[in-house]
Ligand binder design. Sequence first.
Ligand code: MN
Length: 247
Amino acid sequence: MNIMVTNDDGIHAPGIRALAEAMKELGHVTVVAPDRERSAAGHSLTLHSPLRIFELHKDWYAVDGTPTDCVNMGIHNMLPVTPDLIVSGINHGANLGDDVTYSGTVAAAMEANLMGIPAIAFSLATFDKECNFDAAARIALRVARQVATHKLPSDTFLNVNIPNCPLEQMRPTLVTRQGKRSFIGKIVDKTDPRGRKYFWIGSEEPGPNDEEGTDFHAINRGHVSVTPLHLDLTNHKSLKILSGWEF
Ligand code: MN
């Protein structure tokens, strides 16, 4: 197998090293990742400035762009053959519920899915400094093996969240649906040393979100969460309602 690895925490992040290392057990690994952290870049594509590639060492390339740029560069410019799988992560921090729309980690898998390439996004559900990326990488390998064996259903990519614990404490993997985040936005409002106001977007812990069957519910209980996603954002339930309107 040929596997391309990317992320949004940047090519120097520990999560991508662990993921690339584990994927070597499946085949040939090429890393194409942002040269710096691009978390919350979403599905952003760079159109108004050039992109540059930096070869760090064999099969490891940094691009001065977003995760979506990296997938485009990898597929259309850098890799000699289309990879059999694109994996993104392992992100430092969960990507659960509505947060997937901000995530550069998930967007890289989304971009691969648009290109018809099987793709998986992996996130470690913690913001702690102590991270079990090696344990998470073993789980990632297991998930990737399942994808290789069964082949993903059409128009489907996977969003995988992994609890931050040693492998033996990991609870079984659950297939989940995307939950709803009770978002509590917080704008930090301060004054800089020259007396000018500045603002910084932050957030508080997500509000209670524990509906059974969701990604939140699984992670809250120490399970690995695997959510199949697709890009059709149509609200199918609303189609019928709106078709009765007189536009
Ligand atoms: Mn990130």
